[in-house]
Design a protein around this ligand. Structure first.
Ligand SMILES: Cc1cc2nc3c(=O)[nH]c(=O)nc-3n(C[C@H](O)[C@H](O)[C@H](O)COP(=O)(O)OP(=O)(O)OC[C@H]3O[C@@H](n4cnc5c(N)ncnc54)[C@H](O)[C@@H]3O)c2cc1C
Ligand SMILES: *[C@@H]1O[C@H](CO)[C@@H](O)[C@H](O)[C@H]1NC(C)=O
Ligand SMILES: *[C@@H]1O[C@H](CO)[C@@H](O)[C@H](O)[C@H]1NC(C)=O
Ligand SMILES: *[C@@H]1O[C@H](CO)[C@@H](O)[C@H](O)[C@H]1NC(C)=O
Ligand SMILES: *[C@@H]1O[C@H](CO)[C@@H](O)[C@H](O)[C@H]1NC(C)=O
Ligand SMILES: *[C@@H]1O[C@H](CO)[C@@H](O)[C@H](O)[C@H]1NC(C)=O
Length: 507
């Protein structure tokens, strides 16, 4: 017969409980001891992704961890300026959306400023003529939009707003330390299956399903995709929506150049910048203390002015596209080996021309009748440019420009002398910058992993969803949180479902 609980001698059961409790206590203190803070974190790349990662890593891991940031070129990466006659112009990432809250926060935190934007008039060129031209009379633009495209334009801004509305939940989730272990999981947490479906279809399919007219997609949506991503409406629906948001009003940039955000974040993070090219990353084991225990570390080998050197890190964040032509980092001695997951990147040439546009080329024999300062283009094999627009320098741009303006031309190939002579009636200065600018999108989009190895994270995995400054910053914060939560085994902060509901009650 089993004794009833009441028949057990009382002191014994107390002892049992005590033992149980102390065992629990011991266990938790043991695991905390195991979870010593990391000593060193390495970040590869000092673009907006790498520098904001350093900033967020410092926030999470505290002041004692040492953070190194490797950069092979200039701090800023794809945020860069180009010099024309002593004035600087944005050559890479140029505009920031009003709802890009990380970028907004950085600018405030770093004491940077935002110049007043100057809007000009825009036209859409099909290779033969303009299918749409803005006029300085705003009402007339609305009437023309309505006449040409019915309610498509209005519906598009509502459609984009719906996507943005869901997307901005990320800031709340991140403020509560929630992280996601893949780019798809992050997207899914914000918009569920419909967001994942946008990755699986083109923006063309997404918008046709949503009832937008083919004329509108051809004449308005395509030119916006071409100016922002150098590709047509074959890109995935999500990056397409981001691109449409990038054509809204209220866009801004940073006085002195957007790259100042990267310079400022790097400084604010108190990270150690290391000028050099990372060649390889390898996993190694090292003895820890005198106990004979070993610990796993990453050995980063890099090439700098003092030759080829190596350093050891507990955690690595890779904040550059892992494309052979961009980063060319070899992962050595990993078992199983780390596969290649580099995607093709889209080449874009940004050409800056100080001169006068050849208005005849665009169907205006009389230059005085030509009012446009921005030309978007439709798909046409004859066209060798994606867009042309007047740009202002990043500093002191309120000063009236003297003489002819500076035009920025985006094209898939470098412009030849003949092409320049067609586009411009006269010019005295040409400078260009060649980019592997952003992924060449082709849905269904398969994102590279965010967790490449136990404690190694790939910030630029996010570019498969959409490449933009804010996306890199969001991914940097996510990677910093993920690295932190995984290091301290805070699994309840990773890949949680229904965060929307959870945070309602957590309030
Ligand atoms: C022409 C153009 C226009 C754009 N327009 C916009 C826009 O208007 N708005 C917007 O939001 N986004 C825009 N983008 C996209 C935006 O610029 C990028 O998404 C963003 O800057 C990417 O930042 P990142 O830090 O992730 O990568 P990157 O800026 O590419 O940073 C990676 C860094 O890693 C360094 N690196 C690479 N390999 C190594 C190595 N082996 N060792 C050490 N260092 C290494 C590189 O030198 C680089 O500095 C544009 C991009 C281009 C090219
Ligand atoms: C998207 O496509 C992938 C295959 O590329 C498939 O595995 C996935 O289920 C699809 N998701 C949705 C939501 O359609
Ligand atoms: C390191 O850089 C130097 C000069 O910058 C170059 O000559 C050398 O080939 C590089 N070495 C490696 C291993 O990349
Ligand atoms: C990448 O680096 C390896 C050596 O580490 C070299 O053999 C190869 O040519 C490089 N590839 C490119 C595209 O630069
Ligand atoms: C301008 O464009 C017209 C029409 O395409 C072309 O005939 C002319 O050669 C171009 N160049 C100049 C300098 O006018
Ligand atoms: C911008 O203006 C400031 C103050 O007026 C001046 O010091 C600075 O040199 C100017 N920069 C350029 C590039 O003209």
């Amino acid at each position: 017969m089993a004794p009833s609980p009441a028949s057990l001698p009382l002191p014994g059961s107390c002892l049992l409980l005590l033992l149980l409790f102390s065992a629990l206590l011991l266990q938790s203190s043991a695991s905390q001891e195991l979870r010593h803070p990391p000593a060193r974190i390495g970040v590869i790349g000092a673009g907006i992704g790498g520098t904001s990662a350093a900033y967020f890593l410092r926030q999470k891991f505290g002041k004692d961890v040492s953070i190194d940031v490797f950069e092979r070129g200039d701090v800023g990466g794809r945020l860069a300026t180009i010099d024309l006659e002593g004035r600087l112009y944005e050559a890479g990432g140029a505009v920031i959306h009003p709802l890009n809250l990380h970028m907004k926060h950085f600018v405030q935190e770093l004491g940077l400023s935002v110049p007043k934007g100057r809007d000009g008039l825009m036209g859409i060129y099909n290779g033969e003529e303009f299918v749409f031209e803005e006029s300085s009379w705003t009402i007339w633009n609305y009437v023309k939009m309505l006449w040409n495209y019915g309610l498509n334009a209005l519906r598009m801004s509502m459609w984009v707003e719906e996507v943005l509305d869901k997307f901005i939940s990320i800031y709340r989730y991140q403020a509560h330390d929630y992280a996601f272990s893949s780019s798809e999981a992050l997207l899914h947490a914000l918009g569920g299956t419909p967001f994942i479906q946008m990755l699986n279809q083109t923006i063309d399919e997404s918008m046709q399903k949503a009832g937008f007219s083919q004329k509108f997609i051809r004449e308005i949506v395509t030119p916006v995709m071409r100016v922002n991503y150098g590709q047509g409406v074959g890109i995935n629906g999500f990056v397409g929506a981001v691109s449409l948001a990038g054509a809204e009003s209220g866009l801004w940039s940073v006085e002195g150049g957007n790259k100042l955000v990267c310079v400022g974040l790097l400084y604010a993070s108190k990270a150690q910048p290391i000028p050099g090219t990372v060649i390889s990353v390898e996993e190694t084991t090292r003895p820890r203390g005198r106990s004979g225990e070993t610990m796993k570390l990453y050995e980063v080998t890099y090439n700098s002015t003092s030759g080829v050197t190596s350093d050891l890190y507990d955690i690595i964040l890779i904040a550059t596209p892992l494309h052979r032509k961009i980063a060319n980092i070899t992962f050595r001695n990993f078992k199983p080996p780390i596969p290649e997951f580099s995607k093709p990147y889209q080449q874009i040439i940004a050409t800056f021309v100080h001169g006068n546009i050849n208005t005849s080329f665009f169907g205006y024999p009389d230059p005085s009748k030509f009012q446009l300062s921005g030309i978007f283009t439709m798909e046409n094999p004859k066209l060798f440019v994606n867009s042309i627009g007047i740009v202002s320098p990043v500093e002191n741009n309120t000063k009236a420009a003297e003489g002819s303006p500076v035009w920025k031309v985006f094209s898939p190939q470098p412009l030849t002398k003949e092409q320049l002579n067609l586009l411009f009636s006269s010019y005295d200065l040409v400078e260009s910058k060649k980019w592997l600018a952003y992924p060449h999108y082709s849905p269904p989009e398969q994102c590279p992993p965010l967790v490449i190895h136990d404690r190694m994270y790939y910030v630029n995995s996010i570019e498969c969803l959409a490449s933009a400054m804010e996306m890199s910053a969001i991914s940097a914060k996510n990677a910093a949180l993920l690295a932190y939560n995984r290091w301290y085994e805070r699994m309840d902060k990773i890949d949680q479902e229904d965060l929307h509901e959870k945070l309602k009650t957590e309030l």
